[in-house]
Design a binder for this molecule. Sequence first.
Ligand code: PHE
Length: 450
Amino acid sequence: MAKRASWQTRFGFYLIAIGSAFGLGNLWRFPYVVGENGGGAFVLLYVLLSFSIGIPVLIAELMIGRRYGKGVVLSFQSLLQKQQKFRWVGYLSVFISLVVLSYYSVISGWVLHFLTQFTVGLFGNHLVTENQPLQLLMTNGWIQVLLASCHILIAVVVITKGVHEGLEKWISWIMPIFLILAFLLLVKSFNLPSTPDVLRFLFYPDFSKLTAHSLIHAIGHVFFTLSVGFGSLITFGSYMGDKDHLPTVGFRVAFVDTVVSLLAVIMIFPIAFQASNVPLTDPTLLFQILPQFLASIKGGEFFGFAFFICLYLAALNATLGLLEGIVSNIVDLMKVKDRSKATWISGFIIFIFSLLPAFSSTVFSRIQIQGKSLIEALDVVLINWTLPFVVLLQVLLFVRYYQAEWKKEDFIQEGNLASQTMFQHWLFSIKWLLPFLIILGFSLAIIYLF
Ligand code: PHE
């Protein structure tokens, strides 16, 4: 089987996989989803699900990618062999990536907006005032279109430079800087008087706060934050060498991603509790409270600038992961020899799709689905419903059609007893636990709807 260009270094692979997992999902989405689902019990559910079902799917996707050496659509065609009637599962993954990327680009545009505000604040002596930047965004759809297009353009240009130069070099320096910065902000936010309440809210599991939707919300978020179900990991897997031990890779990526998400809520909630007038359940949570807080501390302009630069680069990395997945399928399927052409085509489609979420708070503000704005509704439909459904199908097909010896061969390291035991746990998780939990999550949410 022809292998694609593989990662120059194993470290490079970790960076790209972690870089794709770590993004707006951790810093923007996780905090308000935790707010929506009542705190501690949901955080616990999220951590448990990350390890019990998130990692097992992540490993399975990497296996598929490495074995077949192609993007999600062709990999599934190879996996299914004579059962091509399920071929659409691969296409569905690409479709979700496209739609998710369209609103991911809009939110990345918000980040770009705050980055410019803080840049002007830092270098131009124009203080960033509390709510003004967010209001400017929410009342002007065209600014959102412009910012989202800038973001898409940047991502397209980076991708057209090719796998290694395009991706690897960006990631190696963002993660460490970001972690240091998040840590410093965490220390500052920890000094706020609201911290004890926050710790109780986040880590004391009050199960009565969970709703019938919480299980499927947690499952959807785990898949989103680990980048599972979109096909990006299959694409990454196709670049991996035979020597890499996929379960170890999967575990490390998920571990880092979960730690970052926990750090994010510990950093953000003391500030959110302090600003008691802000609803914890709103998707603008991060963008409301952080600038307010930064405007109030010494050196806030600098922190804001550094924070939003890192957040932007993290969002860009995740975007690159999604875009890379889409492009590799276009190259595979349409036999477009020219990668740049495939990238520009994808960028254009994403731009068109992004118009809808970009005008969500203005032109389409009247469209409310169960009290949710268009962008929120899109997020719910995609992440809480479609994504778990796609992952369920992918996993069922993997369990059924991926040869039993290959599973063993890819998982078990010779002479390593622990990997044999883990293999049994892994099989149990993808065969029984994951399908059971997803079906339970869907059932609870559906019963609750009626
Ligand atoms: N995991 C990323 C985040 O949390 C989003 C993403 C999904 C990136 C799929 C790549 C592929 O922001």
